[in-house]
Design a binder for this molecule. Sequence first.
Ligand code: XIL
Length: 346
Amino acid sequence: MLSRIASVAAACVALFAAAESLRQAADMRGIAMGTAVNARLFSEPAYAATLIREFNQIQPENGMKMARTHPDKDRFDFSEGDAIVAFAAKNGVKVRGHTLVWHEGIPAWLAKGTWKPEELRAILNGHVRAEVAHFAGKVYAWDVVNEAIDKDGSMRQDLWNGKPGTGAPGTYGYIEEAFRTAHAADPQAVLFYNDYDSEVANAKSDAIYAMARELLAHGVPIGGVGFQCHLSDASVSREAMSANFRRFADLGLQVQITELDVRLPVNASGVATISELKQEGTIYFEVASACVATPRCSAIQTWGFTDRHSWIPHSKPGFGAGLPFDANYRPKAAFTGLMDALTMKQ
Ligand code: XIL
């Protein structure tokens, strides 16, 4: 028996070692290897080829955000999401939806208007219902609420929760309501709460954990928690991340890495030093292996995949080089870090 187990284990190791792409390794591991995408880039041959070869899950970087999908009060535009869903179907990859309720990416008509709480509540529910219903059966998981908690663990004061707010009852009023409305529109979709700077135990992740427990106690249909992982070159520890992820998994929730990138200081041409790139590889390995080591961690997703197209240089000038492929689609140490984690023996 023992020798049989040993030979099966050896065969698995051999299989993993034979993986030629992240996608193959992820398929063997039974994990989703995802990336954020922009539909306008599908026409760039190297972009499409790398995407199809390396990933088995895609998520619109911006195409399903409210500002895009709900441009006027009484008009929806799902065209970019539809293009991404069609690309995914053609290439056999799954689609993760992002994001229904957020303090950013709000359409101008909503941001500029003056609303009574009951009006905002109707707008929130109408938006969630329409978008989830449109993509029902095509999007397997949604970030229902994104970034609702502040660094110190308090609820973010924003359009939905503040002045005036939606007036939905309870501590997590609008959050509970958004999850219930999304679930009614697509009972099959796995519904996530998603946030950043919550990868290890801290005031923010403690607050997310307390919220997740309370939502579950109230019968709110939350199915997972997303950890964005927008990281810098500061070291991270697999053990600290895994311990944090595990407490969420122990609640029965899925855990997913949703927006992994590592911003590095770069020169005027966008180039980072060799030692920084090596450190980036180590960070990718630590994050991905924390997921591999956590029960119910079902996806590792990067925020784009090539340094040619990344939000980092725009949002943080002087930084870049944060993704697994360089600007010419060559794999970096970050790619090797992902691959090593996906193919490692447990
Ligand atoms: C970012 C996009 O990458 C940018 O292109 C856009 O201008 C702003 O939003 N957390 C999130 C993502 O949940 O939706 C954000 O995406 C990055 C931070």
